[in-house]
Structure formats: structure tokens, C-alpha cells
Design a protein around this ligand. Structure first.
Ligand SMILES: Cc1cc2nc3c(=O)[nH]c(=O)nc-3n(C[C@H](O)[C@H](O)[C@H](O)COP(=O)(O)OP(=O)(O)OC[C@H]3O[C@@H](n4cnc5c(N)ncnc54)[C@H](O)[C@@H]3O)c2cc1C
Length: 437
């Protein structure tokens, strides 16, 4: 047991936890600051695991979120390879899996998510793998070198990014999903249709509306995936990407509320004034737009059943929530209202999303969705709520600024000849400059 002076303790050494520590020091917090992570290594970025790192284009050394010396330079005590297993709110202490205890003045839960496991017979066979950690990415890299038949279960962002990585090494993966549309409800129908077509043109076999029912094996190794229509698809490697579950157990065991994520208010505080939650694990009030009618399973996360809160799974959300929390803990509280944005790179398609398209009722396409570059503008009740750009980074940047500044874009504006998001933004900001306050 330690007798350390209590300081801020962060559970989870991922994007949110590391950013929170950095932002706390940047904002002048000088007290003890500890990050505890259960993975055995220096905190790293996850997005490259299904992209450059998987493809062998990014070395391990460049995967780290911050260099080794960052933690010592900022006087941040980084404890890796240790799991927090207990939370005593009354005594304000956490217990680690080596039975040591750590007191806190404020506790930040940044515990992220874990892959949803496949509830099917045979899911424990060798060669059935999910993709969340660096260790899993390494195993997949190794297996990709030997695999002949790859099946991806789940046509979400990670499943499709993995399919693109398979094609890059000469494999023709089969991707199956129970849904009819790729990337679920996270993108609009035009964007989904374009991605489905391009993946198929490049050699992926897409089986949408197809339910896997069993994984078949021989000598404990996977050999195939049997579908509900009785077909067995040969497979020596099966990657599952069927979504994630938020790591809420530490919070709920200590009596904190969870509803598809640790429940926080618009300042990212739980009901306990000494505990906050940020990043993939936090369910927070939807700041941009009314999501009451939003379906479950929406953009990179999901609203809760009543639509009052959302949980987002993105680097932007993890980093911006960390900054917002650090500001509150150092005396500058503000509500969390950052505009969500996201990216996914799949082969030659670079998708960038600004805003949340949940519940959109109309779309307009800029550019050529038969060609390679276009943007889909998503409207709800005549208001622009999200823009999905494919190989159009300038549209994405303009969309982020338009949506964040709440600059009106109507369907009629978009129908004007020569309309561009950049032009619209320039006109709006120019007229704002000319209008005297
Ligand atoms: C393969 C992949 C590709 C992705 N691609 C993109 C992308 O292109 N764009 C994008 O915006 N986002 C992408 N994401 C999502 C993005 O990486 C996450 O949203 C982000 O990492 C969330 O950060 P976090 O800190 O909230 O959670 P995490 O990164 O999950 O970190 C949480 C950490 O806490 C640890 N932990 C949990 N419980 C405990 C405990 N009790 N004690 C100690 N440690 C604990 C976990 O092991 C983990 O290391 C991708 C994710 C994956 C897996």
C-alpha cells in the first residue's frame, strides 16, 4: 500500500487518457498525475492498426502516442501492464491487480472499449481474431502472410479497412454482414453504395444480408464459416469486426450509472464529483442536434435508447473530451460541444466525415459519385447536419468549419450552379467580417 499524496489518477492509457494528462500539464496542473494502463507497452495510436501498421508501412516505433521521454519530462507517472480492479469511492482509492492501492483527488475513467465477441459455435477456434490491440494487429500481420482464404465478419469501418489490407497483399477476402448496407447507419446510402461497389470492383466478395451461424474447424483451427443459408465459406483466417462494448465495469461496480457507456453530464462529470469519464467509454448528452429519433447503432457509436446521450468512438472525440475535462479540472469549465469528425481509409478511398448524419432525411451529392471524388451532404429538417467526403479533403475541412460555426447551408444553396462548400464558407465569413458588430 502506498502513502502517496493524492493527485489526479487516469485509468486507461489510450488516446483519451494520454491527452488528458498532457492537457492537464499544459493548463498548469502541477500536482501528482498518474496514468494506469493494462496493456504492457508505451501508449499507442489505434487507427494505424487497421491501416499503415497492418500494411507494414508504419514501424512499431512510430505507433506510440508520445515518445518515451514525454512522460518523465512532464512528471507524469505512467504505469503500464497493470489493471485497475477496484474502486473505493468512499476512500477515494483505486486498487491495482498487484493489490497496491492509489489514492486520488480526482479520478478519470478513460477505459475505452473492447471488441464484441462473436456469439457463435466455434468462435474460440485458432485463426478467429478481432482487431483492437497492437498485439492483435501483429498476429494478423503474421497470419496474413500465410492465409489463403480470409473471411471478414462485419462490414463496418474496421472490417472494410482490413479487407483493403488483404487485397494489398494479393488476397481476395469475403466480407459478410447481416445488414444490407456496408458501414451500417454510420454513413448515408450513397456513400455506402459507392464503397460497396468499389470494394467489389477491387476483388472483395461482399455478402450483405448474410448471417454467419457457425465457425467450422479441424484440429482446433478454423476452416470455414457456415452461413444461415447453409453455405460454408472456406476460411483459414476469420476477422471479426462486429462492434465494441464500452468498458464500464469499474464504474458500475462502484455504483455509477451506465447506459451504453459511463453516464456523464455535459462537463463529462459522473454523479460522483470526484470522478469523470472521457473517450470511447463515456455516454454524454448529444450536443449537436436532437438525436431523439436516432436509431440504435448510429455513427461510430450509438445514442442510448431514449436518444438523450451518445457515445462516440473516434480519435477526435477522445482528444477533445480530454481537453475539455482538463480545462474544467484547472478552473475553466465549459460544456463539451466539439463537432464530431472521423476518417476511414479503405484502399484508394479516403472517407472523412464531419458531423453526425444520424436521422438525416435528405442528401445532396457534390462532385461525381461514379468517379472517385465526391461529398454527400446530409440534411435533417432542412438543416445540414453532416458531410461525408470521399477523396475531397478540401470539402471536409470546409464542412467542419461550416458545421462548427453553425453557418446555414440549404438544399437550394447546394443546387446553385458552381456551389462549393469552400466558396460558401468564404462568402459567409466575408459577409460576417463586413457586418459591423
Ligand atoms: C483498428 C482500429 C482502427 C481505428 N481507426 C480509427 C480511425 O480511422 N479514425 C478514428 O477517429 N478512430 C479510429 N479508431 C477509434 C479510435 O482509435 C478510438 O476511438 C480511440 O482510441 C479511443 O480512445 P480511448 O482512450 O477512449 O480508448 P482506448 O484507445 O480503447 O484506450 C483505453 C485503454 O484503457 C485500458 N483499460 C481499460 N480498462 C482498464 C483498467 N481497468 N485498468 C487499466 N487499463 C484499462 C484499455 O486496455 C486501453 O488500453 C480505430 C480503432 C481501432 C481499434
Amino acid at each position: 500500500m502506498t502513502t502517496r499524496e493524492p493527485g489526479i489518477v487516469i485509468v486507461g492509457a489510450g488516446q483519451a487518457g494520454v491527452q488528458a494528462a498532457e492537457s492537464l500539464r499544459d493548463a498548469g496542473f502541477t500536482g501528482p498525475l498518474t496514468i494506469i494502463g493494462d496493456e504492457p507497452e508505451l501508449p499507442y495510436q489505434r487507427p494505424p492498426l487497421s491501416k499503415e501498421y497492418l500494411a507494414g508501412k508504419l514501424p512499431y516505433g512510430e505507433l506510440a502516442l508520445r515518445a518515451d521521454r514525454f512522460y518523465a519530462d512532464r512528471d507524469i507517472d505512467l504505469i503500464v501492464g497493470r489493471r485497475v480492479v477496484g474502486l473505493d469511492r468512499a476512500r477515494r482509492r483505486v486498487t491495482l491487480d498487484d493489490d497496491s492501492e492509489l489514492p486520488y483527488s480526482h479520478l478519470v475513467l478513460a477505459t475505452g472499449t473492447r471488441p464484441r465477441s462473436l456469439p457463435l459455435p466455434g468462435c474460440g477456434l485458432a485463426g478467429v481474431i478481432s482487431l483492437r490491440t497492437r498485439a492483435e494487429a501483429d498476429e494478423l500481420r503474421r497470419r496474413l502472410g500465410e492465409a489463403r482464404n480470409v473471411v471478414v465478419i462485419g462490414a463496418g469501418f474496421i472490417g472494410l479497412e482490413f479487407a483493403a489490407a488483404c487485397r494489398a497483399v494479393g488476397l481476395s477476402p469475403v466480407v459478410l454482414d447481416i445488414a444490407e448496407q456496408v458501414m451500417g447507419r454510420a454513413v448515408s446510402a450513397p456513400t455506402a453504395a459507392h464503397f460497396a461497389q468499389r470494394h467489389q470492383e477491387l476483388g472483395t466478395r461482399l455478402l450483405m444480408g448474410t448471417a454467419p451461424v457457425e465457425l467450422i474447424g479441424l484440429d482446433r483451427r478454423v476452416t470455414g464459416v457456415r452461413t444461415a443459408d447453409g453455405v460454408t465459406i472456406p476460411a483459414d483466417l476469420v476477422v471479426t469486426g462486429i462492434g465494441v462494448l464500452p468498458n464500464v465495469e469499474l464504474a458500475t461496480l462502484a455504483g455509477l450509472e451506465s447506459e451504453n457507456g459511463i453516464v456523464v453530464d455535459d462537463r463529462l462529470a459522473t454523479a460522483d464529483p470526484h470522478i469523470s469519464a472521457i473517450g470511447d467509454c463515456a455516454a454524454f448528452p448529444a450536443p449537436h442536434g436532437d438525436l431523439r429519433n436516432a436509431p440504435q447503432g448510429a455513427p461510430h457509436g450509438a445514442p442510448d435508447a431514449g436518444g438523450r446521450r451518445i457515445r462516440l468512438e473516434s480519435v477526435q472525440n477522445a482528444a477533445d473530451q480530454a481537453r475539455c475535462l482538463a480545462a474544467r479540472l484547472t478552473g475553466a469549465p465549459r460544456p463539451y460541444d466539439a463537432l464530431p469528425w472521423f476518417w476511414s481509409y479503405q484502399g484508394d478511398l479516403r472517407l472523412q466525415i464531419a458531423g453526425l448524419s444520424t436521422g438525416h432525411d435528405r442528401t445532396a451529392v457534390l462532385g461525381d459519385d461514379k468517379g472517385k471524388g465526391f461529398s454527400v451532404l446530409c440534411f435533417r429538417d432542412s438543416a445540414l447536419i453532416a458531410v461525408e467526403s470521399v477523396n475531397r479533403p478540401a470539402d471536409h475541412m470546409a464542412a467542419r468549419r461550416l458545421l462548427a460555426a453553425d453557418i446555414e447551408v440549404t438544399f437550394d444553396d447546394v443546387a446553385e450552379p458552381g456551389f462549393s462548400l469552400r466558396g460558401h464558407l468564404a462568402r459567409a465569413t466575408d459577409s460576417e467580417r463586413r457586418t459591423p458588430a
